[in-house]
Design a protein around this ligand. Structure first.
Ligand SMILES: CC(C)NC(=O)[C@H](Cc1c[nH]c2ccccc12)NC(=O)[C@H](CCCC/N=C(/NCCC(=O)O)S[C@H]1O[C@H](COP(=O)(O)OP(=O)(O)OC[C@H]2O[C@@H](n3cnc4c(N)ncnc43)[C@H](O)[C@@H]2O)[C@@H](O)[C@H]1O)NC(=O)OCc1ccccc1
Length: 227
């Protein structure tokens, strides 16, 4: 419907809340090899390294606070109930703490755990270790963060595809367009004749696919765009 909006966010929207992005200078991927810490193979090879990596990110997310960009999107969702689908690649909970009523976490959530044995999911706040056991099947050493690793299928792709098809506008905020299938959503939207806007510090790797570009820090550009 013409008045429906799909918003996709990435690490850039949480940068001004103090959560490092992935590719920027000094970003996470310059400190860790994603093969080691964000793949099922890395987890099988060295679960302590992986659980330690996510324990540190969970602590950072817990200490961080939502910024004006998170709050502006939440305001838009409240002012247009049911018309705004907020999809995020971020595993932090800053959108929810910024007041967003519905957040589609396509890459999972760091404040949740997943049992790699029975698939049970539950809320998780503290540090995770191999000693932890699943409250459903009781097995240990298979409790992992409920996040989507490289080579794993992202969550909610059917819902996202359906919302993209019928959207009146697609907006990407704070994402480099380097990771698929998220980076392909603009092409899906454009293919369905949906107008597209990129709001980012700089032009992304898929900038050429967007109709409009609003460049600058999200905490400034997003509240202005929402106004
Ligand atoms: C590296 C890349 C080439 N590899 C992939 O894309 C792979 C493989 C692949 C699949 N299809 C392909 C097609 C082509 C090539 C490769 C592939 N994809 C997968 O493995 C995916 C799973 C990918 C998910 C991996 N998990 C993440 N996260 C969770 C864990 C964790 O977080 O640890 S990805 C993780 O990295 C990505 C980081 O990207 P961004 O968020 O954009 O962050 P980045 O730092 O890159 O950029 C920040 C941007 O913000 C801007 N910025 C900075 N500060 C600000 C500021 N202040 N204001 C505004 N903007 C700002 C910067 O300028 C910059 O542009 C996010 O998605 C994030 O979630 N699974 C899959 O494909 O399954 C099978 C399948 C098959 C068919 C259909 C479906 C599935």
């Amino acid at each position: 419907m013409a008045d429906e909006i799909v918003i996709l966010t990435g690490a850039g929207i949480s940068a001004e809340s103090g959560l490092g992005t992935f590719r920027d200078v000094g970003g996470l991927w310059s400190q860790y090899d994603l093969e080691d810490v964000a793949t099922p193979q890395g987890y099988a090879r060295d679960p302590d390294l992986v659980l330690g990596f996510y324990n540190a990110r969970r602590e950072n997310a817990r200490m961080a606070a939502p910024n004006a960009a998170h709050r502006a999107i939440a305001r838009l969702q409240r002012e247009w109930p049911g018309a705004v689908t907020l999809v995020t690649q971020n595993i932090d909970d800053l959108h929810e703490r910024g007041g967003s009523p519905e957040v589609v976490h396509m890459h999972g959530e760091i404040m949740r755990a997943l049992c790699a044995s029975c698939g049970h999911r539950w809320g998780w706040t503290g540090a995770m270790s191999r000693e932890d056991t699943c409250p459903a099947c009781g097995r240990g050493a298979l409790v992992r963060p409920d996040v989507v690793w490289f080579g794993e299928m992202p969550y909610h792709l059917d819902l996202i595809g359906e919302r993209l098809e019928r959207a009146g506008l697609f907006v990407a905020i704070g994402t480099s367009g380097a990771v698929y299938p998220a980076a392909g959503f603009v092409a899906e939207a454009a293919g369905a004749g949906v107008p597209t806007i990129e709001i980012n510090l700089e032009r992304s790797e898929v900038a050429g696919m967007f109709d409009r570009h609003i460049l600058g820090p999200a905490s400034e550009t997003v509240p202005l765009w929402v106004e």
